[in-house]
Design a protein around this ligand. Structure first.
Ligand SMILES: CC(C)(COP(=O)(O)OP(=O)(O)OC[C@H]1O[C@@H](n2cnc3c(N)ncnc32)[C@H](O)[C@@H]1OP(=O)(O)O)[C@@H](O)C(=O)NCCC(=O)NCCS
Length: 179
């Protein structure tokens, strides 16, 4: 899982119309017609943990169990953890939530993790996952989505840019704490 720069989605730019993030299930992916998107289930966790370990090289079972407890069945409080499946096999996931008035901004959706198995990439899976979570955000009444990513991660930057996301109005700051 990588970190994500504040950006906003679905912005129209001169000469290019941003992809429309429509409701899940209303768009047929060009190459991935067998793809399904649904809320995560307990039985999906091993596949999610394996996928994250494939991407990051670190298995974080405790972290994922804790995330599952906080995000599964938490739609009412604005948390979303969705998986993409092909023939029942989990091939990708997205996690995000609606956050109210953080950093002084009006409530908006934050996407903080999106991953697709290497053998299932470049078929529109992450696009469908992002569309699905954006629809969850819309249902919660927000009209902006943000994310934060590592500046070295050009792959995830290319993906979010392809979806119409642009540099947002925030600057991340940090410092070391003396111990
Ligand atoms: C980034 C990632 C989620 C994209 O998943 P995906 O299912 O392959 O993405 P899509 O097929 O929906 O691609 C949509 C667009 O993203 C861009 N894109 C995706 N992969 C790309 C690549 N390898 N190089 C350049 N652009 C790419 C393209 O513009 C693509 O549109 P196109 O196929 O019409 O050219 C996936 O590569 C991944 O899991 N990467 C590693 C994990 C990671 O770093 N996650 C971040 C955690 S927050």
């Amino acid at each position: 899982m990588s970190k994500i720069t504040p950006q906003s989605a679905n912005v129209e730019r001169p000469g290019r119309v941003a992809r429309q993030l429509g409701p899940p299930g209303t768009r047929t992916p060009a190459a991935n017609t067998a793809l399904g998107i649904r809320p995560v289930r307990r039985g999906d966790l091993n596949a999610v943990i394996e996928m994250d370990a494939m991407v990051t090289g670190i298995e974080k079972r405790d972290y994922w169990n804790s995330l599952y407890r906080r995000y599964a069945d938490a739609v009412a409080t604005g948390q979303h953890f969705l998986v993409a499946t092909i023939s029942e096999k989990v091939v990708g996931f997205v996690i995000g939530e609606v956050r109210d008035w953080e950093f002084g901004s009006a409530p908006c959706g934050w996407v903080f993790a999106i991953d697709v198995r290497p053998d299932a990439r470049l078929s529109g899976t992450a696009t469908e996952l992002l569309q699905a979570i954006c629809q969850c955000f819309r249902k919660a009444g927000v009209s902006k989505v943000r994310t934060l990513l590592s500046r070295e991660n050009t792959l995830i930057l290319s993906f979010f840019r392809s979806q119409g996301m642009m540099i947002g109005p925030f600057i991340p700051l940090e410092m070391d704490l003396e111990t």
